[in-house]
Design a protein around this ligand. Structure first.
Ligand code: HEM
Length: 496
């Protein structure tokens, strides 16, 4: 019996990367590789699951799907905590959002109403499809204008604009024209936040460093205050003309859920204890911008980058689009089922270049175990999605871009060939925007590839596939030559 109890809490600690007092394992983590690659490499020395010290925090690193699934699914509630850090506290008013909020009844209720609101405007909704198609149309017009002038285009800012506008329409029922000062301001502060949060922030490992002047923290605080002013303005406007009978957007849906909880119109136990404040709703919208724009845009950028490297894949998608949709109308969400090769390509992009290769760290909320290893309450856990998606035992030639691995043996049906595939996570903390992101990826890519063939301008090198690591794993900057496809002359590219 004693043995049984022992093993249910794990019998041994995971192997440790050496650590020194105060600085932890910092010296062993110096490398020219980005963190996800280094943490994958360290498996060779310490095994698939090992631990290290970040300052005074013990962090367990997971490089295999069996342990990842145990953490996210089987022990989802035990590992549902999030660490608090200096930068995320600034970003989220001390964790009043979903992504960095710690697990609690308030968080559970908060996540539930946001999920409900996103479903209403998300999956299967004609409203969101219209919003995305409007942005796809505007994006294709910009690309078409550049093509008509014979110009190569940096697609990255155009994709950011398009995805940001979808999120603006979803949250505030307002989309912006190019050059609109409010919109340009929003793009600027978002970039500032991405740049500063992306820095390997030492203050997050050693919070006492805050007492020293820190230019990054100053910039982050400035960008967050500009963001908050805009969010507050939108929030006040929505509150002023709120009506129970009309739901224009996500902010209306959130306001309704909050009011209904306050009026005790809900039997929800968590709601009774939650007490969601205005800050919670504002930070939710901050989260959707923060988690929803950079990620989706980056996947689109990687998709374009891989398609440029693989004209054969691009051609096969275009053949599929031509035969299933033709040139008389634009793709719709209902076409997804008949375009398996495009869907397989999106899955392969999400596998080969996971934008969140280290997820968001989880925290053990009680003493527990992972496999045979015991894990103490408060331990942080980093799931290295890069290792899962590049595990040689699970994927043949993992660095080889091959959408076909997500097709069945007939090449017509979609499959997921390995359990080592978790681009959006799974379980209690699964990505809240998975459905929205998949709709955007499908519509933007199908619209672009129906109209244009993408390449690099003559004489330009192919863009690097290495990527640079920040908040997300980004491709490098480069220019794209978009050649209109036969039948997609300029006027027609406007067609919806
Ligand atoms: C292709 C685009 C996207 C990818 C690959 C992606 C991936 C992920 C991943 C891996 C996580 C971490 C899961 C974990 O910690 O266990 C996550 C969390 C999250 N994502 Fe996404 N995401 C994408 C787009 C979006 C969008 C569009 C939204 C907003 C509508 C969004 C909102 C969130 C939120 C709020 C969380 C935190 C969930 C929680 O902590 O409970 N994401 N996402």
């Amino acid at each position: 019996w004693q043995l049984k109890v022992k093993s249910s809490f794990g019998s041994q600690e995971p192997p440790h990367v050496p650590a020194l007092p105060l600085i932890g394992s910092l010296l062993s983590l110096r490398s020219q590789h980005p963190p996800h690659v280094l943490l994958k490499e360290l498996q060779k020395k310490y095994g698939q699951t090992y631990s290290l010290m970040m300052g005074s925090h013990r962090v367990v690193i997971i490089n295999q799907h069996v342990h990842a699934r145990e953490i996210l699914l089987k022990k989802g509630k035990i590992f549902a905590g999030r660490p608090r850090t200096v930068t995320t506290d600034i970003l989220t008013r001390d964790g009043k959002d979903i992504a960095f909020g710690d697990y609690s009844p308030a968080w559970r209720f908060h996540r539930k109403i946001v999920h409900g609101a996103l479903c209403m405007f998300g999956e299967g909704s004609a409203t969101i499809e219209r919003m995305i198609c409007a942005e796809a149309q505007s994006l294709c017009s910009t690309v078409s204008e550049a093509a008509a002038l014979g110009l190569a285009l940096d697609l990255a800012p155009e994709l950011t604009r398009a995805v940001t506008n979808v999120v603006c329409s979803l949250c505030f029922n307002s989309s912006y024209a190019r050059g609109d000062p409010e919109f340009e301001g929003m793009l600027r502060y978002s970039q500032g936040i991405v740049d500063t949060v992306a820095k390997d922030s030492l203050v997050d490992i050693f919070p006492w460093l805050q007492i020293f002047p820190n230019a990054d923290l100053r910039l982050l605080k400035h960008c967050v205050s500009v963001r908050d002013k805009l969010l507050q303005k939108k929030y006040d406007e929505h509150k002023a003309d709120y009506s129970d009978n009309v739901q224009r957007d996500l902010l209306d849906a959130l306001l309704r859920a909050k009011r209904s909880a306050e009026n005790n119109n809900t039997a929800d136990v968590d709601a009774a204890t939650a007490g969601l404040s205005d800050d919670h709703l504002l930070m939710t919208v901050g989260d959707i911008f923060g988690a929803g724009v950079e990620t989706t845009t980056t996947v689109l950028k990687w998709a374009v980058t891989y398609l440029i490297h693989h004209p054969d894949v691009q051609r096969r998608i275009q053949d599929e689009l031509d035969s299933k949709i033709g040139a008389d109308r634009s793709p719709r969400l209902r076409d997804r089922g008949s375009l398996p090769y495009l869907e397989a390509t999106i899955r392969e992009v999400l596998r080969i270049r996971p934008v969140a290769p280290l997820f968001i760290p989880h925290v053990a909320l009680s003493d527990t175990s992972i496999g045979d290893f015991k894990v103490k309450k408060g331990t942080r856990v980093i799931i290295n999605l890069w290792s899962l998606h590049h595990d040689e035992k699970e994927w043949s030639h993992p660095e080889h871009f091959d959408p076909g691995r997500f097709l069945d043996s007939e090449g017509t049906g979609l499959t997921v060939p390995s359990s080592s595939y978790l681009p959006f996570g799974t379980g209690i903390r699964v990505c809240l925007g998975e459905a929205l992101a998949k709709m955007e990826l499908f519509l933007f890519l199908s619209w672009i590839l129906q109209r244009f063939t993408l390449s690099v301008p003559p004489g330009h090198p192919l863009p690097s596939l290495e990527g640079k690591f920040g908040v997300v794993l980004q491709p490098v900057k480069y220019k794209v030559k978009a050649t209109p496809r036969p039948g997609w002359e300029r006027a027609k590219s406007q067609m919806c």
